[in-house]
Design a protein around this ligand. Structure first.
Ligand code: F6P
Length: 544
């Protein structure tokens, strides 16, 4: 057994799990009818209810002891102070500083200047649009991928309104996405915001080059296409060589990881479309969550509790699948956003000291908006052979019209959380079928199929309304959950070496497909695929 599993707190949790794992959530409610009192905590406009998990107060105490053993409080201070918590890249993690929180915020004054500049630019676009004399901008094409795309895309979908400048996001190298973004665009009224921390990401650079070629081909000869390009990057040199004019380059710093960057100039698109006030509210919601994360005791701390319950489900109940179920169409992209945040951060098997982590780390994260997901995969959630833990996210208030729709949406979210946790046993099922008027024979035949085991752990996160502040707090909640779990698993949440190998190999495969490199040397399966790709090529140069 490793030192990890042998530790006092880990062993105590393992012993506790032996007793608790076989228990049913509904029995935990019978034993402790007040559990939703201690299991419900509010901060920064969000209410977290962990009572529908297979945990007791003792579980939370034991998990808090694990957090103490792993020196979570000291590690949290280190991150907040701007220490190099990202060991393999020798970098800090300064996303809190971008919201003005943490001791490192003073160290990030440069980003304050950048913020003033990009907000200025956003203002200039909006004021040109309200003046009678300038050509209006009616479309933004935001080009970026991963952390340079998912955050702005999520927030735009969550908070954007129909009366704004149209925004299109282009992430995929698949030309369909760029074509759709350009379709119907007025070349003179479109700006391109190219977001890439490295400014070397193949998909982003190729999309930006093709967008520029389109603009040059379609603008009147006297117009300079470069004036309609903006870059958000750490690699300001590469952006300048691309042709972007210096005052349209908005850097974001080395200490801000892509998946933690929506608060920086990466959010420029949002500052334009939502406006400066909403953007600042979004940041202030996150800052409120930061203060809570830094100050609240571990056992009353929302991100810490979310992380602890996640570790319990993953490591002590053995659940490797986690569904994110927002009951809000506007949060339909949250599962994809959290996939990157959680899986790129904590999908690792090596500890910070380079030794193998012999405990399970990030589960698979997936999900979809309720109620549409109910008609797709909830069958599996309720009666599948594997268990998933679930986060049900409930913005309580909806739009001004169609209150009845909102009532139905919430009723479904609340009821699904209940059904997943409590289920319906054989006896209750038989009673329900009898009430439906079924014959005894039919009841006997159908009851096994219509029984629900329940005991699926569910965490509910609710808020009065989905608005800039609560969305900021929600994203920050998950960021701190990820950090906390990284500490508990002793992994570096801020690097992403796992994405490199495939990217590197793609270089050689591309050459083989285009005929610029050898096909020999690849394994037979890969060679067959390369040959198939070669045969379907319609054109031979990148320009066409
Ligand atoms: O997927 C790997 C990754 O490096 C992510 O971490 C990052 O968010 C994304 O690619 C985009 O990188 P960049 O912003 O440098 O273009």
């Amino acid at each position: 057994m490793s030192d990890f599993r042998k530790s006092k707190a880990w062993s105590a949790l393992a012993a506790h799990a032996k007793k608790l794992a076989p228990q049913h959530i509904k029995d935990l409610f019978k034993e402790d009818p007040d559990r939703s009192d201690w299991g419900t905590i509010t901060a920064a406009g969000l209410t977290l209810d962990i009572s529908k998990n297979r945990v007791t107060r003792q579980t939370i105490d034991l998990l808090s002891a694990l957090a103490t053993e792993k020196e979570l409080a000291a590690e949290r201070e280190r991150m907040s102070a701007g220490d190099q918590v990202n060991g393999t890249e020798a970098r800090a993690a300064l996303h809190m500083a971008l919201r003005g929180e943490g001791a490192a915020s003073a160290a990030i004054t440069q980003s304050g200047e950048v913020k003033a500049r990009f907000l200025d630019y956003a203002r200039s676009i909006n004021s040109d649009n309200s003046s009678q004399t300038h050509k209006h901008i009616d479309r933004i094409i935001h080009i970026g991928i991963g952390g340079s795309d998912l955050g702005p895309r999520l927030v735009q979908a969550a908070l954007g309104t129909a009366d704004q400048i149209q925004v299109h996001f282009v992430a995929n190298i698949d030309p369909h996405e760029l074509n759709e973004a350009l379709d119907g665009a007025d070349p003179a009224a479109t700006i391109f915001i190219v977001v890439s921390k490295s400014f070397t990401t193949q998909e982003t650079i190729e999309n930006a080059k093709s967008a520029k070629a389109w603009l040059e081909a379609n603008l009147p000869a006297a117009r300079n296409a470069n004036k309609q390009f903006v870059a958000v990057t750490e690699n300001t040199k590469a952006a300048a060589s691309f042709g972007i004019i210096p005052d349209r380059i908005f850097p974001f710093g080395g200490g801000v990881g892509g998946r933690f960057s929506v608060w920086s100039s990466v959010g420029l698109t949002l500052a334009i479309t939502l406006g400066e006030d909403a953007f600042n509210h979004f940041l202030s919601g996150a800052a409120e969550m930061d203060r809570h994360f830094l100050d609240a005791p571990l056992e009353r701390n929302l991100p810490v509790l979310l992380a602890l319950v996640g570790v319990w489900n993953r490591n002590f109940l053995g659940i490797g699948s986690h569904a994110v179920l927002p009951y809000s169409q506007r949060l339909a992209l949250l599962p994809s956003y959290l996939q990157q945040l959680e899986m790129e951060s904590n999908g690792k098997s090596v500890r910070r000291n380079g030794h193998l982590a012999d405990v399970e780390t990030a589960p698979t994260i997936w999900g979809a908006a309720g109620t549409t997901g109910q008609h797709a995969f909830y069958q599996w959630l309720h009666q599948g052979a594997d268990l998933a833990s679930c986060d049900v996210i409930l913005p309580l208030g909806g739009p001004d019209q169609y209150q009845h729709h909102q009532d139905i949406l919430l009723a479904n979210g609340i009821a699904q959380a209940e059904a997943l946790a409590f289920g319906r046993n054989r006896q209750a099922t038989e009673a329900a079928l009898a009430e439906e008027g079924l014959s005894e024979a039919k009841i006997a035949r159908l009851a096994p199929h219509r029984t629900f085991q329940g005991n699926r752990p569910v965490t509910v996160i609710s808020m009065d309304r989905l608005e800039p502040k609560t969305l900021g707090a929600l994203i920050a909640l998950y960021e701190h959950k990820v950090f906390t779990q990284g500490i508990l698993w002793d992994i570096n949440s801020f690097d992403q070496w796992g994405v490199e190998l495939g990217k590197n190999l793609a270089g050689g495969v591309l050459k083989a497909i285009t005929g610029d490199g050898p096909v020999e040397g690849f394994d037979p399966s890969t060679r067959r695929l390369i040959n198939a790709a070669r045969q379907t090529r319609t054109k031979t140069t990148r320009e066409d």
